[in-house]
Write a protein that binds this ligand. Structure first.
Ligand code: MTE
Ligand code: CO
Length: 425
């Protein structure tokens, strides 16, 4: 392995021209032109920096001001019932900072103080209960990293390549470490004896916002890995992500992740609310609608290079990077194609086996000499499922769906290193 690495770097170096010239600063200095960034004492080394009391809570440095959530104004009529997108093209690793994690509200982000927070459990329970925020903190706590993907992520791409940026085609996703308590613990506290046979029971969960966003979750899932979470990435949830308490439904569509969680009702049937009938159901090829698709199937996308992340460093070594995830468990393999899916190379997974149902970072360490590429990524998960092509998905779903589009994405990379959203068939 060490030899292999040495060979790779020697090869890159010996190719000369491109690789050597690209390192401008070093290249210029060795060519005899002094580089003032090295030879001159700079301001930042001549004066002291900011004191520690200047920034009680830090924000990203101003030079990173373009790493922000963005929206597509024509997508929804009103910012109160709208979405914005995570700048996944500009992030690395797997954790999404809360400050740029996508938001989706049906009636705006509300402000709810911990002191005013109440969570009710009612319905088919032995003892209906109401918890305050402090009551919740007294239950045993767990920490898990999970992705949350809106069912509408990539939803504009069914009929053709449309939005020219991975932030817009795939940015309705975030991945955070949640601290919270298991929903199972709360349900057991209320007692499920009254519910009888749990196999056919449900919980109906709703939020405190005007939309309430009510959803029915089968009891089996409710008792499995669902969390009632109050911290994300170590700190309190941001207002827009459901402060002070949200539901985390690992691997399942984002719409079920109820924010500002206020009520959990144990029921003997699905409520069939708006959000699980007229919305978030899939139109199939024959025009009928499929009842409920809760789990998010395996999906991946190259985040760099991509339309918002052209190659700027010229020819030579290139790191192709992207994200993969599956609502069914762990990602076991990601392949990358440079020729629109004719041939594939297996990418390196950039994280040791983390939590299941979390984002996985992948890298393909390669070499680019200005070729035109049709770049694709294809994910596989631990169930053996392989991410489908757009054509394969359309055979079943047609072109009139909105939700649950997990097809393989193609970027056309040109000789200048610019990328564009395209389709291949
Ligand atoms: N919960 C409530 N109470 N109200 C909402 O509008 N939106 C849902 C879900 N939970 C919503 C909600 C949708 S569609 C998604 S995709 C996720 O929250 C988005 O979570 P985020 O805004 O933290 O990214
Ligand atoms: Co959503």
């Amino acid at each position: 392995m060490a030899d292999e690495l040495n060979n790779t770097s020697r090869r890159a170096f010996l190719k000369g021209g491109a690789a050597a010239v690209v390192g401008t600063a070093a290249g210029a200095a060795s060519a005899g032109t002094p580089d003032p960034l090295i030879t001159e004492v700079q301001d930042w080394a001549s004066f002291t920096g900011e004191g520690v009391d200047e920034t009680p809570y830090g924000l990203p440095i101003e030079f990173e001001s373009d790493v922000v959530r963005r929206n597509v104004p024509w997508l929804t009529a009103d910012p109160i019932s709208s979405i914005n997108f995570t700048p996944i093209h500009a992030l690395d690793g797997t954790i999404t900072p809360q400050g740029c994690a996508f938001e989706r509200h049906h009636s705006g982000a509300i402000e709810l103080k911990k002191d005013d927070y109440r969570l009710m459990i009612n319905g088919l329970v032995d003892q209906p209960l109401v918890f305050t925020y402090e009551d919740l903190e007294r239950f045993p706590r767990e920490n898990h990293v999970y992705f949350c993907e809106c069912a509408a992520n990539t939803g504009m791409e069914w009929a053709g390549a449309q939005l020219n940026g991975v932030q817009f085609t795939h940015g309705m996703i975030h991945n955070m470490e949640y601290s919270g308590i298991s929903l199972r613990a709360l349900l057991n506290e209320a007692g499920l004896g009254a519910a009888g046979d749990l196999a056919d029971k449900w919980v109906y969960v709703e939020g405190a916002d005007a939309s309430s966003n009510g959803r029915s979750i089968p009891m089996e899932k409710a008792l499995d890995d669902v969390l009632v979470a109050f911290k994300a990435n170590g700190e309190a949830l941001r207002k827009e992500h459901g402060y002070p308490v949200r539901l985390v439904v690992p691997g399942w569509e984002g719409n079920m992740w109820i924010k500002w969680l206020r009520r959990i009702e144990v029921t003997d049937a699905a409520v069939e609310s708006r959000e699980e009938t007229s919305k978030y159901t899939d139109v199939m090829e024959d025009g009928t609608a499929r009842k409920w698709t809760w789990e998010m199937d395996a999906k991946s996308v190259i985040t760099s290079p991509s339309p918002q992340m052209p190659i700027k460093h010229g020819h030579g070594p290139l790191v192709i990077s992207g994200l993969a995830w599956s609502g069914h468990g762990r990602i076991t393999r990601v392949d990358v194609s440079k020729d629109g899916g004719k041939s594939w190379e297996t990418a390196r997974l950039g994280t040791t086996q983390g939590d299941s149902k979390a984002l996985t970072r992948f890298y393909l360490d390669t070499d680019w000499q200005g070729e035109d590429w049709l770049l694709q990524a294809r994910a596989m998960d631990e169930t053996g499922y392989v991410q489908p092509t757009k054509d394969q998905l359309r055979e079943v779903r047609g072109e009139n769906s909105i939700y649950h589009n997990n097809c393989i994405q193609t970027w056309y990379l040109n000789a200048k290193g610019e990328a564009e959203n395209v389709e291949v068939s």
